[in-house]
Structures are given as structure tokens and as C-alpha cells.
Design a protein around this ligand. Structure first.
Ligand SMILES: Cc1ncc(COP(=O)(O)O)c(C=O)c1O
Length: 404
């Protein structure tokens, strides 16, 4: 950061004028008239759920992520549960996963009464460290569950090799990474199952929604049944063939995504490439503002990936700043920059502490990163002025707290 020797502008937290009048959120959806029309058309049709839009969305999505099959779910969390079920997780099984993620990643293992085994992350990408994963394998390891933190794909080749040698499945939680590429290939067709979320802060939204992509026909069939009570056929198939008979073949849930949501998803998917391009532009602007600056570490990108930039998490170098991350966070919020923190490491949540006895200190890389992380606003609807406000506010705040 270029620390100006001239008099510093008063921070909003100290009663000065904020950089923005109105809060800029860290993420939000963008919807246009075509999206609204697509939803209204479904509302006027015969099928609000289990209708034709579901398969249409799934096919278009599978084609976009270069996977043979895509199975929609009512949320990313439900999709993770589906993947955990299809991986046949059960009591006694272990799944190696990252602590630096949203709790839903690890919770899906618990839904199946299996055990999440955390492994620490790499300091540069904050994704699972393959060496650490190797050290956590046991004869009970049934899957490796990687997260593409912030939209930067995990070390998928290494993790796949480790999974194969352990006789385990590789499941990728790509809820941050729709549209990301790893060695030139879209995430979605690389792991055994890849899970996506369509929450409003994501690259495309259906309100709530999720998807599992896979190249395995058997897994796809299990996923389809699981999200529909474990029933072996769907209502529309039965209506079309004049049949009433159905059988429940496994214990599933109602995790269906409605036709209303799928119509929105189809319309949003058409804009995915533009949305990704815009996020990459904003990331490039942030990178040029923050890379090499004092007091802050910009996210690092490995050569083999093209990230999807769900988040733009900076790390503040607390030792060089008065007050540390919490103070910087509060000061940025006062400037009306809607910063956030991703994530409190999962093992530090009271539920995980109580169930597994974690005390903190088990995963030093993830825990140190957590103490430093601040997610800056990042969404495809941001204007250039919005991005400049963020940069101005970060520089303003760091100038005040930087002690070198
Ligand atoms: C890494 C990760 N996994 C899973 C989820 C859960 O997705 P959903 O909110 O669609 O249930 C999220 C949600 O943001 C997430 O960030």
C-alpha cells in the first residue's frame, strides 16, 4: 500500500465520511426480464414441479460443465447429502475433508452417520493439502471431499490419485466454483461427483437450488431416486405412460427442485459466461490494486487453474496492523463496504467441538488463515465504481492501521 505522508482522511468508524452512502453487499443476485418471463411462463403452465423444465435444466447444465449427467436438488446442501448417500457412506466410514469451508460440506457426512476427518489446507489456495490428506487415510476412508475454496479448484489430479489408491471416491464441493477450470477442463466432469449451489450469491441462482454432476450412470440413477423419496419413477413419466404403479426402492427425501426454479436456472445459465467474465474482470482489478501491497495478501492463483471467483478473500497481515482483522473488518463495514468472513473453520463450531472434542490448534494453516481473512464484495452485478469504492475503502482503512 502506498501510505500517503499527507493528512489521513478520517475513518467513518471514527466519525468521518464513509466511502459510500449505501452498503455494498458482499454478494447478490442479478435477474433480468428474461428470467422473470421464464418463471411466469412456468407459473401459467401445467407443471410447477416434476415437469419438463427439470430435465431441460439438468441437460443444459451437464453440457455446460462437461459431465454426462446432472441431477438437480432443492439446495447445495441437499445435493451434498445426495452425493454422500450415493457414495454409500454409513456408520464407521470416514471422509477426509477440509475444515475451511461452510459447515454443510462436513455435515453431509454426518447425515449418513459417517465421520468427517479433517485435513489441513495449503497456505496459498486454502484448499485441501494432498500431503495432509494422505496422512489422514485409513482402511475406513470411503471418500475424499474437496472444496474449491472461493472458486479456485482444489488439487484435483493429486486428490484423485490419492482417492484411487485408497479405493475411495473423490467428491468435489464446487459450490464456489461453477465455471472454474482445472488444467483446461470445467469442474463438473473431473471428480466422481461434483456438487454445485444456486444460492443467490452464486454464479447463477434459482433462489435455493443445487446440482450433482457425474459421469457415472449408476450414481446418477441413485441420486435421482434419493431426491424423490427413493421412488424408482417420476410422476410425469407415470402420467405420460398411463401408469399408477411405483415402488420405493431406497430411503430418500423430497429434495426436488421445482420447475419454477429450473426455468429460472435455464435462463440464468445463458448468462453464466458473461457473469464469469465480469467476476474475472473485478478480480483482475482487485489483484492489480492489492498484489504486492503492504499489510494485505491478495488471493493466490495456481498456474493450472482458471478460478470462478465466487469470493475475493484477502488476508490482512495482523502483525503489521494495529487492532488486527476485527478492527479492519469493523472499519470497512463503517465505510459501507459489506465485507464478510469465510469461514470459521468447521471443527471450531460448538457442535463439532462437543461431538469430536476439538479444542483449536489441530489445523494450524486453516486456523491462522481464518484469523486473517476478509471477503471483499464480489458479484457479477458490481459496477466499476463499486469496485473502486472497495479499493478506496481498503486503502483508506489500511493506511490508518498500518504500523509496518
Ligand atoms: C462450500 C459450500 N458448500 C455447500 C454450501 C451449501 O449450499 P446451499 O446454500 O445451496 O445449501 C455452500 C453454501 O454457500 C458452500 O459455500
Amino acid at each position: 500500500m502506498s501510505i500517503s505522508p499527507t493528512k489521513l482522511e478520517a475513518l467513518a468508524i471514527d466519525g468521518g465520511r464513509p466511502v459510500r452512502e449505501k452498503l455494498l453487499p458482499y454478494g447478490r443476485q442479478s435477474l433480468d426480464d428474461n428470467d422473470i418471463r421464464a418463471v411466469v411462463d412456468v407459473l401459467k403452465s401445467d407443471w410447477l414441479t416434476t415437469g419438463p423444465k427439470v430435465g431441460e435444466f439438468e441437460e443444459a447444465f451437464a453440457a455446460r460443465v462437461n459431465a454426462k449427467y446432472a441431477v438437480s436438488f432443492s439446495s447445495g446442501t441437499a445435493a451434498l447429502h445426495g452425493a454422500a448417500f450415493a457414495a454409500q457412506l454409513g456408520p464407521g466410514d470416514e471422509v477426509v475433508t477440509t475444515p475451511l469451508t461452510f459447515c454443510a460440506t462436513a455435515n453431509c457426512v454426518l447425515y449418513q452417520r459417517a465421520t468427517p476427518v479433517f485435513a489441513d489446507v495449503c497456505d496459498d489456495t486454502l484448499n485441501l493439502d494432498p500431503q495432509e490428506v494422505r496422512s489422514k487415510l485409513s482402511s475406513r476412508t470411503k471418500a475424499i471431499l474437496a472444496v474449491d475454496y472461493a472458486g479456485h479448484p482444489a488439487a484435483l489430479d493429486e486428490l484423485r490419485q490419492i482417492a484411487e489408491s485408497a479405493g475411495a471416491l473423490l467428491i468435489e464441493d464446487a459450490c464456489h466454483a461453477l465455471g472454474a477450470e482445472y488444467r483446461g477442463q470445467s469442474v463438473g466432469g473431473i471428480a466422481d461427483m461434483t456438487v454445485f449451489s444456486f444460492h443467490p450469491v452464486k454464479h447463477l441462482t434459482t433462489g435455493e437450488g443445487g446440482m450433482v454432476a457425474t459421469n457415472d450412470a449408476k450414481l446418477a440413477e441413485t441420486l435421482r431416486r434419493f431426491r424423490n423419496h427413493g421412488i424408482s419413477s417420476e410422476a410425469r413419466q407415470r402420467q405420460q405412460s398411463g401408469q399408477w404403479f411405483y415402488e420405493m426402492v431406497l430411503l430418500g427425501f423430497n429434495y426436488r427442485l421445482t420447475d419454477i426454479a429450473c426455468a429460472l436456472g435455464i435462463s440464468q445459465l445463458e448468462k453464466l459466461d458473461d457473469n464469469l467474465a465480469r467476476r474475472r474482470q473485478i478480480a483482475a482489478r482487485y489483484n492489480s490494486a492489492f498484489r504486492g501491497e503492504e499489510g494485505v495478501i491478495a488471493p493466490r492463483v495456481r498456474a493450472e487453474v482458471n478460478p470462478a471467483w465466487h469470493l475475493y478473500p484477502i488476508r490482512v497481515e495482523s502483525a503489521k496492523l494495529r487492532g488486527g482483522r476485527s478492527q479492519i473488518f469493523r472499519a470497512l463495514r463503517a465505510e459501507n463496504i459489506g465485507v464478510n468472513v469465510h469461514y470459521i473453520p468447521v471443527h471450531l463450531h460448538p457442535y463439532y467441538r462437543d461431538c469430536f472434542g476439538y479444542r483449536g490448534g489441530e489445523f494450524p494453516v486453516a486456523e491462522r488463515a481464518y484469523e486473517q481473512l476478509i471477503s471483499l464484495p464480489m458479484f457479477h452485478g458490481m459496477s466499476d465504481e463499486d469496485a473502486e469504492d472497495v479499493i478506496k475503502a481498503v486503502n483508506k482503512v489500511l493506511s490508518h492501521y498500518y504500523v509496518g
